[in-house]
Design a protein around this ligand. Structure first.
Ligand code: NAP
Length: 266
C-alpha cells in the first residue's frame, strides 16, 4: 500500500493553492510516524499550510524548508531532505512536484528571443524536477518510491501565449514516463488536476498582459463555476494512489478519474 503506511512525503509549492490542498489531503491519510516536508520560498505561507494540516491531523510531523527552486542545486536539495528525514526508514517515500509558474506574460512564442529567460523558466519548471528526483531517490535506498508530477491538460493541448507552460509540462510528462520504464519497482504518475480555483488563476486574471483568448477562457471557467476546489482534486489524487488503478508513468486527468469514481457510486 502507498496510503496509510509510514511515509515521507515531499511536496513542492506547498505554500498556497494546490500544493496546500495536497498537504492537507495527504496529511489526513498517511500512516503513523509519517513526515511531510513542505517546500517553497515563503516561510510565512508554509507556516499557514502547516497549521491547516495539523488542525486536520494533530501531531503529524510537518517540516518546512524555504528553497528557491529556480536557483537551488543538488547540494541545496540534499541538505534540505537529509536534515529532515530522520532515520530514513520510511516504508514509502513520495515526492510531489507541484511548484510551477506560467512565466510568459502574454507573449507569443515568436516574441521570445532571450535564451537566459528561457533557461530560467525551464530550470524552475523542468530541470530542478529531474535533479530533485535523483537526490530524493538517493536519500531513501530502502523505501518504495512514488514520483508524482503535477501536470496539466496543457501537456497534451496547445494554448496561445503559453508555449513555455505547454513545453514544460509536456517535457515533464515525457521525463516521468522514462522514469517509470527505468524504475519498474516504483510508482510514477503524471496527474493533471483540472482547472483550479487557486492564486495562479487570480494572478493571470489580474495581469494586464494576459492574452484576451486566455483571459476569456479563465473568466468563463470562473463565471460558470467550473474552477475546481483544490481539495476536491487533491482527494482524487489520493484516491488514485490508494487504488493504484493506473499504469506507472500514465497521464491521468482529474476528469477521467472523478467520472470513474462517480460511475462506481451510481
Ligand atoms: P500557485 O497558486 O501559483 O502556487 C504555486 C506554488 O509554487 C506556490 O506555493 C509557490 O510558492 C511555488 N513556487 C513558485 N515559484 C517557486 C520557486 N521559484 N521556488 C519555490 N517554489 C515556488 O499555483 P497552483 O494553481 O496551485 O498550481 C500548482 C500546480 O498545479 C502547478 O504546477 C500548475 O501548473 C498546476 N496546475 C494548475 C492549474 C490551475 O488551474 N491552477 C491547472 C492545471 C495544473 P512560493 O511563492 O512561496 O515560492
Amino acid at each position: 500500500d502507498i496510503i496509510g503506511v509510514r511515509s515521507f512525503v515531499l511536496i513542492t509549492g506547498a505554500s498556497r493553492g494546490f500544493g496546500r490542498a495536497l498537504a492537507l489531503e495527504l496529511g489526513k491519510v498517511v500512516g503513523a510516524g509519517s513526515t511531510l516536508l513542505l517546500v517553497s520560498r515563503s516561510k510565512a505561507d508554509l507556516e499557514t499550510t502547516k497549521e491547516i494540516v495539523r488542525d486536520a491531523r494533530p501531531g503529524l510531523a510537518v517540516e518546512l524548508v524555504c528553497v528557491d527552486l529556480s536557483t537551488a542545486d543538488k547540494e541545496v536539495f540534499e541538505k534540505a531532505v537529509r536534515a529532515k528525514y530522520g532515520s530514513a526508514d520510511h516504508e514509502v517515500a513520495i515526492i510531489i512536484h507541484n511548484a510551477g509558474t506560467l512565466g510568459q506574460d502574454g507573449r507569443k512564442i515568436t516574441d521570445l528571443t532571450d535564451i537566459g529567460e528561457m533557461s530560467e523558466y525551464y530550470r524552475l519548471n523542468l530541470f530542478h524536477v529531474i535533479c530533485l528526483n535523483s537526490v530524493f531517490k538517493g536519500c531513501f535506498p530502502r523505501s518504495r518510491m512514488v514520483y508524482i508530477n503535477i501536470s496539466s491538460i496543457l501537456a497534451l493541448q496547445p494554448l496561445t501565449t503559453w508555449g513555455h507552460y505547454c513545453g514544460g509540462k509536456a517535457a515533464r510528462d515525457a521525463v516521468f514516463r522514462v522514469l517509470a520504464v527505468e524504475q519498474p519497482e516504483s510508482t510514477v504518475l503524471n496527474y493533471a488536476p483540472g482547472p483550479l480555483d487557486t492564486p495562479m488563476v487570480e494572478d493571470l486574471l489580474a495581469d494586464q498582459r494576459t492574452d484576451p483568448v486566455v483571459r476569456t477562457m479563465f473568466e468563463d471557467l470562473k463565471r460558470n463555476g467550473s474552477l475546481l476546489r483544490p481539495t476536491d482534486s487533491a482527494s482524487i489524487l489520493v484516491a488514485l494512489l490508494r487504488k493504484r488503478n493506473f499504469k506507472s508513468g500514465d497521464h491521468v486527468d482529474y476528469y477521467d478519474s472523478s467520472s470513474k469514481e462517480a460511475n462506481k457510486a451510481t
